[in-house]
Design a protein. Sequence first.
Length: 90
Amino acid sequence: MKMAEAEQSHRHTVDQKVVNSLSDENTRGQWFAFLLAISVLGIAAYLFSIDKDGAAVALVTADFLVIAGSFIGVRFWKSRGESEESEDKG
């Protein structure tokens, strides 16, 4: 009985570490996206100030598309992984 309890405790510890790791990874990704967006906005503001409007708009648009695409991609891969798991179980 003690061996089963120790195994269950170990599983809970490992599961908690996995959850914490995924949470930390998501937080780092969000901070990176935030810093990237702020940096691009700063560069775009500079480009606007030196009358390079087209380059500034292109930079902001590209930044938005990359960040939005990454969030959409993450959701797509998560939903795809969940559907594959349900197919494996069924």
